[in-house]
Design a protein around this ligand. Structure first.
Ligand code: COA
Length: 321
């Protein structure tokens, strides 16, 4: 038995902030951001929330899959920017959708979150415990970045993407490769709020995203090709047999470097980073859903989805569309 994606959806906040707008907030320029990252603009929430974006993407994915919310058995939201500490975003989305029969929970694997969700869902469906799953990557990272830190605030955007997974006899997920290295957690992190119990007296700063950009860059260009090669080997495929490589949209230069290492033309690495920036766990499902909507995916296409992020975490998934 295989597990396949039967529907996808995406949702972005209405407001678009281009690089010139950001140059009115921090000392930066369109030229610097575009050259170093490939980002031209990002969507930022005004009235939307992580939950509302997640629910919007999920509704479209259900429609695309031809399924009703009540049929969903497993609902996972990958996010690091939940609107509430508790309950989970997944439970709030469950209520908005009316997915009354689903087991709903969040996972935190930062930008690799969607792939971690795929990993979990495939195991549950293959075990026979559930027949389907609704997976959502949703973020409002604009509330986690320090808007005085030009080294990070220009990189991220808000958004959500979703996919419905179901058991399948023929096409679907062929292999996965996934990993974590907690010893490097400080390279990219966001502190929680300080404990203000009577004993601790609340030392610490608000939880803003902190990053050693060059370390993350080095980690990504080294780990992603190894991870993709491992997943392809498990699937018995060579990089030449892949239709598209969908990579986490963090930096155009990282994607170009991976393409070079895999000796593949850049055209097989679709990108929307110029429009969306880095939307963390939402990045891969947004890209997948947009390609699906544009009619760029055909039965039999072989796709590699790969991501990396805080943790450190990484993953790759090979599937036949
Ligand atoms: N605008 C203008 N200048 C900026 C800037 C900005 N937004 N951000 C940083 N700079 C400056 C730095 O202060 C530094 O100036 P200095 O030389 O006077 O000290 C200079 O640009 C170079 O900074 P550096 O950090 O060396 O640039 P870089 O080439 O490494 O590019 C990143 C920075 C963040 C774009 C790059 O390291 C990167 O993309 N890393 C991966 C980050 C990532 O993907 N994170 C998410 C993972 S999921």
């Amino acid at each position: 038995m295989k597990v396949r994606i039967t529907g996808t959806g995406w949702e972005l906040p209405e407001y678009e902030a281009d690089n010139n707008y950001l140059s009115t907030i921090v000392e930066t320029s369109d030229e610097w951001i575009t050259e170093r990252t490939g980002i031209r603009k990002r969507h930022l929430v005004k009235d939307e929330t992580t939950t509302s974006l997640a629910a919007g993407a999920a509704k479209k994915a259900l429609l695309n899959a031809g399924m009703k919310a009540e049929e969903i058995q497993l609902l996972i939201v990958a996010t690091i920017s939940s609107d509430t500490e508790t309950p989970s975003t997944a439970c709030q989305v469950q209520a908005l959708l009316g997915a009354a029969h689903a087991v709903a929970f969040d996972i935190n694997a930062a930008c690799s979150g969607f792939l971690y969700a795929v990993h979990i869902a495939e195991a549950f469906i293959k075990s026979g415990m559930y027949e389907n799953a609704l997976l959502i990557g949703a973020e409002t990272l604009s509330k986690l970045v320090d808007w005085t830190d030009r080294g990070t605030c220009v990189l991220f955007g808000d958004g959500a993407g979703a996919a419905v997974l179901t058991a399948s006899e023929s096409q679907g997920i062929l292999s996965q490769s996934i990993g974590s290295n907690g010893s490097k957690w400080e390279v990219l992190s966001c502190a929680g709020r300080p404990n203000q119990n009577p004993l601790c007296q609340g030392e610490g700063t608000p939880g803003y995203l902190r990053m050693d950009g060059q370390e993350v860059f080095k980690f990504a260009v080294k780990t992603v090709p190894i991870c993709i090669e491992d997943a392809l080997k498990k699937a018995g495929l060579s990089p030449d047999e892949v239709t598209y490589f969908l990579l986490h949209q963090a930096n155009r230069r990282i994607i170009q470097s991976v393409a070079k290492r895999l000796k593949q033309p850049e055209e097989r690495f679709p990108m929307n980073i110029d429009q969306c920036a880095n939307t963390s766990a939402a990045s891969l499902p947004i890209l997948l859903a947009q390609m699906n909507e544009q009619g760029r995916l055909h039965p039999g296409d072989r796709l590699v989805l790969s991501g990396f992020g805080a943790g450190l975490t990484w993953g790759a998934c090979v599937l036949e569309w």
